[in-house]
Design a protein around this ligand. Structure first.
Ligand SMILES: Cc1cc2nc3c(=O)[nH]c(=O)nc-3n(C[C@H](O)[C@H](O)[C@H](O)COP(=O)(O)OP(=O)(O)OC[C@H]3O[C@@H](n4cnc5c(N)ncnc54)[C@H](O)[C@@H]3O)c2cc1C
Length: 260
């Protein structure tokens, strides 16, 4: 079974976002494999271990994104491809999904494409469904378990995690699956995996390589990013002999301030 896993490089979740000259900035925060994508990589590897085949990690990003692909290789992916082109610098989700779908179509035809639930930085959570739509494949998102996968019958059954419970959904292959963290426990890269990944030459595909030319105009732009206004808070401690006195004084203050 050919399996693709789409991974994004993001800033570390501990990084803080600030606005510098109208641009969002994480400063020199460490860049990592999007944490949700570790679960997608793990699920791709588990599927390969059960069904055979190969796993290809696919990323659209800048030069540095090669490190995220190397982490996916170190975890056990067989191949990796980086889609990189200056035309993607201010890409919106429509452009990114078009490029990823075009990249997937250039690979050996996969039966399954895995995504994380969302990227921790831009966090739209739409990439998996958008790529599914572009490929014309079923989109199974927020998947917490895959109880049935039949490669010969080309069918898949998943459990989707909803707030109210779990929903069982059956579909046909090829399909796009985005996963939530309940689905597995990502493995650590092995020492051998890290060595192999460090030596890997990752192919780079330009927009032209994936057959995109006139379709890379974003529909959305981020012309300006504003920092939230600074608000000053004064803290007043209400004291009293016992709880009912404190509560009475608190209510009096709230009435005085016209809060209640
Ligand atoms: C410098 C910069 C400028 C930007 N400018 C704009 C702009 O002007 N207008 C605008 O609308 N957006 C802009 N974006 C946001 C950009 O479009 C999104 O980062 C991108 O579309 C992916 O969306 P997301 O991060 O919300 O992913 P989500 O949909 O939250 O991610 C879901 C899953 O999709 C996969 N995935 C996401 N991104 C990639 C990727 N690149 N490669 C492989 N897999 C991926 C991962 O599996 C991930 O878990 C900008 C981003 C950057 C870094």
């Amino acid at each position: 079974m050919n399996i693709v896993v789409c991974v994004k490089q993001t800033t570390d979740t501990a990084a803080t976002l600030s606005v510098v000259d109208g641009e969002a900035s994480y400063g020199d925060a460490a860049l990592v494999l999007n944490p949700w994508d570790e679960y997608a990589v793990e699920q791709a590897l588990l599927t390969k271990e059960a069904e055979g085949g190969k796993v290809t990690a696919l990323c659209l990003g800048p030069d540095s994104a090669e490190d995220a692909l190397k982490q996916a290789l170190a975890m056990g992916c067989d191949e990796a491809v980086l889609i990189l082109d200056a035309v993607f610098e201010s890409a919106d989700t429509l452009v990114v999904s078009r490029a990823l779908a075009a990249g997937i179509e250039k690979l050996d035809p996969p039966e399954l494409v895995f995504f994380g639930k969302s990227a921790v930085d831009s966090d739209t959570g739409v990439m998996g469904p958008q790529v599914a739509r572009r490929l014309g494949w079923p989109s199974l998102n927020l998947v917490a378990a895959i109880p049935e996968l039949d490669a010969s019958a080309k069918t898949i059954t998943v459990e989707r995690l909803l707030e109210e419970g779990r929903q069982i959904v059956s579909g046909r292959l090829p399909a796009v699956v985005s996963v939530v963290k309940e689905i597995n426990e990502p493995r650590y890269p092995s020492f051998m995996g890290i060595r192999k990944a460090s030596k890997a030459e990752i192919p780079r595909w330009s927009a032209a390589d994936v057959g995109l030319s006139g379709q890379i105009q974003p529909a959305l732009s981020w012309p300006e990013i504003l920092a939230p206004e600074k608000s000053e808070a004064v803290c007043e401690l209400i004291e009293g002999g016992d709880a009912s006195e404190i509560a009475r004084k608190l209510v009096d203050r709230l009435v005085e301030e016209k809060v209640i």
